[in-house]
Design a protein around this ligand. Structure first.
Ligand code: 5AD
Ligand code: SF4
Length: 460
């Protein structure tokens, strides 16, 4: 969500005549797009703001803004802890950022007053309303011009007891089908080869007027892919309770929809799931995974888990370990519970699992998952997979090293030298291989020669 929001903010500002600065030091405007999901994410922002204090004193004209979920949740506290912040804007008002920046820039008078005035104004801008507005897309604002997120839902109504999202992202709302399809077409015109439909609970997607659900939306995206260079369609995140056979069948039957399901389980213990207000039992979760794999053989399933949630016993935790071992997720994202003020769990229960126990459970579950990921990855060795080439791998930044010509890249005679490239399989496995730069943005068949838990290595 935040990657997309950042892209939209950058696109909006580029259109207003801003350009991206090379560094924070050179920037006139510094905006932090923040996350509130765990305390750690917030702490990082306060340290980053702290590091800017002296620079702001020396250059009071620099504008510092805090956007995103933390801005929505903690607006007054941000001004208290970092009084030199000029602007605080929640995730529902991205479209207003240029106007707010213009107001601040137009501000006159002694710095102290200006700062107070700015502060007052900034605080008011955090509204409870959410403009359901996505500014037009802009390829140059994306980290990768070939891949884009498309928001299909805003907010969340699940109210899992540990989670701050429903309070900072507002009520759940599906975007109209036509708007989504128009955005997908626009992205394809801009050169996008892969779109990922995103929302907190995309399996609940429901466009009321047309009655379209996620399976129907995927079908309509597939129609676009049939007649354009769009190659791949993905969707995240699913909630087990709203995943129905029509969704699995759509993934099975639509060739451009990738066989990848991110279905957070959060825990393998029924008493914990109940306390978390997840709305399903572990038996139901296992059944959803069984249905996925029966309908879409070879599909990858990934999950999220929270360890050390209030009241989690060793037995509860072992049930989570069992679930991970049984389902054999492609990957799991494992988090230590972090109490969030404002949530039900914060109100009702003590954060009673000691930090060292959380850490130990986190490491134990990670080790189990890593072992599974290693084994599952190794199965690909010798297979041929089709990958969408995303770009150069990080280590490739130092290349090309061709015939000792590394210091004089312009001297390389081959117009398209071999470099280290990276891409993903349909199941979202990362593949590193050597090939010409011209493959970037295209599909390529690669034979896998080696594997590590989270990366496959191959050759054309
Ligand atoms: N503490 C730890 N992890 C959390 N998540 C959500 N809220 C919390 C919290 N308070 C995790 C969930 C969710 C993922 C995005 O973040 O696993 O699926
Ligand atoms: Fe948070 Fe639960 Fe909504 Fe996911 S489904 S965003 S965990 S409240």
């Amino acid at each position: 969500m935040n990657v997309l929001d950042s892209e939209l903010i950058i696109a909006t500002l580029l259109r207003e005549g801003f350009t991206q600065a090379e560094s924070m030091k050179k920037a006139d405007v510094i905006l932090f797009n923040t996350c509130s999901i765990r305390q750690h994410a917030e702490d990082k922002i306060y340290s980053a703001l702290g590091r800017l204090r002296l620079s702001k004193e020396a250059h009071p004209e620099k504008i510092i803004g805090v956007m995103g979920c933390m801005a929505q949740k903690d607006n007054a506290q941000i001004f208290k802890r970092a009084p030199y912040v000029d602007l605080v804007v929640g995730p529902g008002q991205i479209a207003r950022i240029p106007e707010l920046l213009a107001k601040i820039r137009a501000g006159k008078g002694p710095q102290m007053e200006l700062s107070l005035e700015r502060r007052g104004r900034g605080r008011h801008e955090v509204e409870d309303s959410f403009d359901f507005y996505d500014p037009m897309r802009e390829a140059s604002a994306r980290q990768n011009p070939f891949m884009a997120y498309v928001r299909i839902m805003f907010g969340c109504d699940q109210f899992c007891t540990y989670c701050i999202v429903p309070y900072v992202r507002g009520p759940e709302q599906s975007r109209p089908v036509d708007e989504i399809l128009a955005e997908v077409r626009q992205l394809v015109d801009q050169g996008c080869r892969e779109v990922t439909l995103i929302g907190q609970t995309v399996s609940k997607y429901h466009d009321q007027p047309s009655g379209t659900r996620l399976s129907g939306l995927l079908e309509q995206c597939e129609r676009i892919a049939e007649t354009t260079p769009l190659e791949r369609i993905r969707f995240v995140t699913s909630h087990p309770n709203s995943m129905t056979p029509d969704l699995f069948e759509a993934v099975r039957d639509l060739p451009h929809v990738m066989p990848y399901f991110h279905v957070p389980a959060q825990s393998g213990s029924n008493s914990q799931l109940k306390r978390m207000n997840r709305g399903y039992t572990v038996e139901k979760y296992r059944d959803v995974c069984r249905q996925i794999l029966e309908t879409v053989p070879g599909a990858a399933i990934t999950s999220d888990f929270i360890v050390g949630f209030c009241g989690e016993t060793e037995e509860d935790f072992q049930q989570t370990v069992e679930l991970v071992k049984d389902i054999r997720f492609k990957n799991s994202f494992i988090f230590k519970f972090s109490p969030r003020e404002g949530t039900k769990a914060y109100e009702l229960w003590e954060d009673d699992v000691p930090e060292e126990v959380k850490r130990r459970r986190n490491n134990e579950l990670l080790a189990v998952q890593n072992q599974i990921s290693t084994e599952e990855s190794a199965k690909f060795v010798g297979q041929e997979v089709e990958i969408l080439v995303e770009g150069t791998s990080k280590s490739a930044m130092k290349l090309p090293v061709l015939n000792g010509a590394a210091e004089f890249p312009e001297a390389v005679s081959d117009a398209d030298p071999t470099i280290q490239l990276t891409g993903r399989t349909p199941c979202d496995r990362i593949v590193v291989f050597d090939g010409p730069r011209s493959l970037i943005g295209n599909l390529q068949k690669v034979r896998i020669t080696d594997s590590s838990p989270f990366t496959l290595f191959g050759e054309i």
